[in-house]
Design a protein around this ligand. Structure first.
Ligand SMILES: Cc1cc2nc3c(=O)[nH]c(=O)nc-3n(C[C@H](O)[C@H](O)[C@H](O)COP(=O)(O)O)c2cc1C
Length: 134
C-alpha cells in the first residue's frame, strides 16, 4: 500500500460548507476504492493524507490535482506502508488558531500553519494529532 501527503492553497471562495460536501462525496468514492486518510482545512490551506493501494492513490491524486477548488498543490512525499494510520477519510476543520499553534509547535520546528513548508514527517504528525482532537 501507499501513503501520500500533499498541501495546497484553498481558493478564497471556499467555505467550510463546500469542504463538508466535498468530504461527504470523497468518503463514498474513497470507501469504494479502499482509500482512507485525513484532510485538514483552515480556511486558507488544505493538508491531506491519502492511503490505500498505489493505483487507487494515483487515480485519486490525478483527479485532485485537476480540481479548481485549490491551487499550488505540492506533494510533500509518499511512502510504502504495511498498515494504514487512518481508518476512514475524515476531515478536521480547524478555526481555532490556538489549538493549531499548539500542535504545530509540538510536532514541527515551525510556528505557523504553512503546510507547504512541512517535511513529510511533520505533516504526518500534525495530521495525526489533529485527527485525535477532532
Ligand atoms: C482538497 C481536496 C481534497 C479532495 N479529496 C478527495 C478524496 O479524498 N477523494 C475523492 O474522491 N475526491 C476528493 N476530492 C475531489 C476530487 O478532486 C474530485 O472533485 C472528485 O473526485 C470528482 O470525481 P468525479 O469526477 O469522478 O466525480 C478532493 C478535492 C479537494 C479540493
Amino acid at each position: 500500500m501507499k501513503q501520500l501527503i500533499y498541501a495546497s492553497h484553498a481558493k478564497p471562495n471556499i467555505t467550510v460548507e463546500t469542504v463538508n460536501e466535498l468530504v461527504a462525496y470523497s468518503k463514498e468514492t474513497n470507501r469504494v476504492l479502499g482509500v482512507t486518510g485525513f484532510l485538514i482545512f483552515n480556511n486558507q490551506f488544505f493538508l491531506q493524507c491519502l492511503e490505500g493501494e498505489a493505483e487507487a492513490i494515483e487515480a485519486q491524486m490525478y483527479k485532485i490535482k485537476e480540481d479548481t477548488r485549490h491551487t499550488n498543490i505540492k506533494v510533500l512525499g509518499s511512502k510504502r506502508i504495511i498498515r494504514k494510520t487512518f481508518d476512514s477519510l475524515a476531515m478536521g476543520f480547524i478555526n481555532n488558531e490556538n489549538t493549531l499553534k499548539e500542535i504545530i509547535t509540538r510536532d514541527t520546528n515551525k510556528d505557523t500553519f504553512n503546510p507547504h513548508h512541512f517535511t513529510y514527517d511533520e505533516a504526518l504528525h500534525v495530521l495525526l494529532s489533529l485527527s485525535k482532537v477532532m
